[in-house]
Write a protein that binds this ligand. Structure first.
Ligand code: ADP
Ligand code: ADP
Length: 223
């Protein structure tokens, strides 16, 4: 159970840009929530605050009662951000496998191979990032995020560089893999949000306020 509670969260960057201002939000355990909103409204910042990669100036984040730092240490959180940040000296399989090692989980080459297949990288297990397209790198990062079966999955435009056809296939195949995880998905694509999320939160221009909070109807395939 890794529900997320953000309370009165605020973050102003040096230079005075208020990226997030008094945001209070809860993400229910096991649900997928999509965050949509104009570019620069603070979506990535909100995700980084939840991930513990950024410190809030005010307010708190709790993940199943833990601080982000505690949750990270316990291997509860996985992230896949727009910039896949793979290790260049490791091939796809080793980049994915390394995530299990860092989370102190036993090696599981079968799961690594299965995930590479699912993201359409069968045959590229031994390929290094420099020899991949941007979309292939993002797909490796998605496999890496899922290989630890995280309780909290934070996805920031994870399909941005993935071609349209592959993106649709991923949208069809991946949710079964993160079923049970609390998932927060930042996306520009309303289509993607409707397809993947139980709940869609629409944010205003910076500093982000919630302008709509929509439950995706029960008849939806994700429900
Ligand atoms: P979004 O993900 O919705 O596009 P971001 O959270 O990336 O929005 O950015 C929100 C605002 O904060 C933008 O105005 C952006 O330029 C600014 N910003 C983001 N990261 C930094 C940073 N590291 N330093 C200074 N300003 C930043
Ligand atoms: P294997 O044990 O099968 O070689 P690893 O994932 O342990 O696979 O690592 C692959 C290679 O990358 C190894 O040579 C290892 O020493 C190197 N490596 C792994 N992680 C790091 C790291 N953080 N910094 C430098 N080298 C690393």
């Amino acid at each position: 159970d890794a529900g997320v509670t953000c309370t009165a969260l605020g973050k102003t960057y040096p230079g005075g840009v208020a990226a997030v201002q008094s945001v209070t939000l809860q993400f229910a355990a096991g649900q997928t929530t999509a965050l949509v909103g104009p570019s620069g409204c603070g979506k990535s910042t909100l995700l980084r605050l939840i991930a513990g990669l950024e410190r809030p100036d005010s307010g708190t984040v709790r993940i199943a009662g833990l601080t982000p730092a505690q949750a990270r240490r316990q291997g509860v959180i996985s992230v896949a951000f727009q910039d896949p940040s793979l290790l260049p000296w490791l091939d796809a399989a080793r980049n994915v496998a390394l995530a299990r090692k860092l989370a102190r989980q036993p090696p599981d080459p079968q799961r690594v191979a299965q995930l590479l297949d699912l993201v359409g990288l069968q045959g590229f297990a031994a390929t290094r990032p420099a020899a991949m397209s941007g979309g292939m790198r993002q797909r490796t990062a998605i496999a890496r995020a899922l290989v630890t079966a995280p309780q909290l999955l934070l996805l920031d435009e994870p399909f941005g560089a993935v071609d349209e056809l592959t993106r649709r296939q991923l949208a069809r195949d991946l949710p079964s893999l993160w079923q049970g995880a609390t998932t927060v998905l930042v996306t520009h694509s309303v289509d993607e949000a409707v397809l993947l999320a139980h709940r869609i939160i629409v944010l205003s221009a910076r500093p982000a306020r919630i302008v709509a909070d929509i439950a995706v109807p029960l008849s939806h395939p994700r429900s």
